[in-house]
Design a protein around this ligand. Sequence first.
Ligand code: ATP
Length: 514
Amino acid sequence: MENNKKKVLIKVQNLKQYFPIKKSFGQKERLYVRANDDVTLDIYEGETLGLVGESGCGKSTLGRTLLQLYSQTDGRTMYYGRDIDEIAPGYVEDILKNLVSRKQTLQGLRDKEDSARKAYEALPDGDEKYAALEQLHTAEKSARDAFLDIVQLIGGFYTVDDLTPISDILLKEYKQGVEYQKLKRKINEEQISLDGTKSTLKEKGKSKDQIEATTASAKNRISKLESELKVIESQLTTIRSGIYELMKKHKSNTDFDKYEVYRDKGINLARLTAEEMRFLRKDLQLIFQDPYSSLNPRMTVGQIISEGLLAHKYFDKNDEKLQEYVLNIMEKCGLAPYFIHRYPHQFSGGQRQRIGIARSLALKPKFVVCDEAVSALDVSIQSQIINLLLDLKEEENLTYLFISHDLSVIKYISDRVGVMYLGNIVELATTEEIFAHPTHPYTEALLSAIPTTDVDTKKETIILEGDIPSPIKPPSGCKFHTRCRYATDICKKVVPEFEEARPGHFVACHHKLM
Ligand SMILES: Nc1ncnc2c1ncn2[C@@H]1O[C@H](COP(=O)(O)OP(=O)(O)OP(=O)(O)O)[C@@H](O)[C@H]1O
């Protein structure tokens, strides 16, 4: 299977995004809009994943939740664009510190899972059994999450009876790692500010010697920091060889290798603090539908593109390289150099979208959510922007989540397509496969509504009966059953598993159209 060889950039597991609704007077139960309800999905590096579905099904919410613009209600969103060591998030320290108690908690969750399974198996078919199945799924999920939290960080060490020494040495490595990253950032900041000072002095007409003399103390500071970095580096090497020794000692434990495969350098975005997430913001960008409302009308194009570059300390504001860089990005995005001093209102919709794209891409992101990025544009301009996005994706090795209600745009731009219905992804496959063999009745109905110019093919348009149900109290079982022409009793009661129906083709339906 082609996708198996590709690197996963984002791995979403059981993601939920619920928006609480204000309680009305006398209302006992807390109600939520279940905008995303248990989404599981891999996004591969370098692909464009299209996301379609009727208005209100949760596409924008999913895009924004992946970027952590909303803090997700539940589930894991693993990001593999950087190593966990580079960010050293606080949650890692918490897990490493409490390895012993966490393993005990996990055992408790496993016991609960076993009881839930026994209760489910003992019941005769019927409503009670369906309810017990839901409880079993919840128990399984809690145990799996707790397990993954631990083994992601310690792998095969999970098999060691006394985790205290493991906890100590891994915590030491973590703490030195944090110091290392802090120093590296400090050096980078000092260097950027030094470049800015040099540019200012040059502009003032200072000679090379004068510049050297004025910046000598800053250079000294940098070289001092660099020696400190070397010391930490060698301490880290010593700690890591200690870890390696421990690994050799325990490698013969039964199941060591089985757990070692879980060791994983991914970052759980859902567990990052706002500060940690701010650092990653440059990697994870959003291109909006309405370019005008997202551009500050009081800033020139140059200022708009530079803003993020300065905030993320790519350049000092006085550095001559900044303008060069901005002009280069503008050229890539099809914006003439003399636009740099103009304001957003002086541009057409298509040009404004180019500015929005340039602003996002200037930060060299790895993952970009394009939320209805071309929907507000004329058709001829739409294709220009789509082609620009595709060219940039090739040049910069970007990964896109492309959200659109327009199936012809999705078909043109996407490598794979996910179909959403009422908060869930109900079908996911390569673009060719999904358009040739829609396997979920909802996808079948969506695709049948695409207008065609081919007068010879008599295609039946499937009219979806009824309105989209409320995401506050969605239908039981398969949420689509109220509008599905193939629905039977099981669809009303049991949530269908999202499973691989054909290689790389995932569907959640009891009556797949095979
Ligand atoms: N911030 C919020 N607070 C409360 N409810 C929200 C919020 N954002 C979205 N919703 C609700 O979540 C559901 C999903 O909305 P979302 O905008 O993600 O859908 P969509 O598929 O992107 O729709 P569209 O194509 O119309 O943009 C809707 O019922 C919406 O009303």
